[in-house]
Design a binder for this molecule. Structure first.
Ligand SMILES: Cc1nc2c(=O)[nH]c(=O)nc-2n(C[C@H](O)[C@H](O)[C@H](O)CO)c1C
Length: 83
């Protein structure tokens, strides 16, 4: 399944990283400039709404929280703890 990658989320998505679509935890199988792909196994197709998704349907995308932790750590390097 190939989806459009929202530009504001692009920096959080990496090949073989984690992504959640409509609440389903998945692995990014392929990544291009403005698209990404996931491979859906039969169990996922059977047990989740992704098995009934049609071309053009909107999908809720949640990026890996680890990517956001890294972004925050880089933006705010170690500081002394304040009481
Ligand atoms: C990490 C992960 N990656 C994938 C994937 O890339 N493709 C896929 O079809 N299923 C994956 N799964 C398992 C799904 O999260 C799981 O099948 C559904 O949540 C249903 O339980 C998981 C857990």
């Amino acid at each position: 399944m190939t989806l459009t990658l929202p530009p504001h989320l692009a920096r959080y998505v990496v090949a073989q990283g984690s992504i959640t679509l409509d609440g389903v935890s998945l692995t990014v199988a392929d990544l291009a400039d403005d698209t990404f792909a996931v491979s859906l196994i039969p169990t996922t197709l059977e047990l989740t709404t992704l098995g009934r998704a049609q071309v053009g349907d909107p999908v809720n995308v949640e990026v890996d929280v680890l990517a956001k932790y890294v972004e925050r750590l880089v933006a705010h390097p170690a500081q002394e703890a304040r009481a």
